[in-house]
Write a protein that binds this ligand. Structure first.
Ligand code: SF4
Length: 88
């Protein structure tokens, strides 16, 4: 059952405060945060929990590399420049 650890509490280094596992389980557009293994392995067998509740494909989407912000920003700027060129 996906919700069985929802009430566990832990400190989130990313957000800087305590939260429950329920947040971590759903914080990535409804799927677990990509840091879920790092943050929860000491509290319960989170690897087993993932295997029980998510397919291999779903697990890949959870842990797929997050683009660094600077790359995303560069892409946004490039798209804006291309839009401006089309409007000229
Ligand atoms: S799994 Fe993500 S949201 Fe949850 S404590 Fe870790 S970094 Fe924070």
């Amino acid at each position: 059952m996906k919700e069985q650890y929802d009430s566990r509490e832990g400190y989130c280094k990313m957000l800087g405060h305590f939260l429950t596992f329920e947040y971590c389980r759903t914080s990535n557009k409804g799927i677990p945060c990509s840091k879920v293994l790092d943050c929860w392995f000491e509290s319960f067998d989170v690897q087993h929990w993932l295997g029980e509740n998510f397919s291999a494909t779903e697990q890949r989407s959870i842990f797929q590399a997050v683009k660094p912000k600077i790359v995303s920003l560069a892409e946004i700027l490039e798209q804006a420049q291309q839009r401006l060129k089309k409007e000229e």
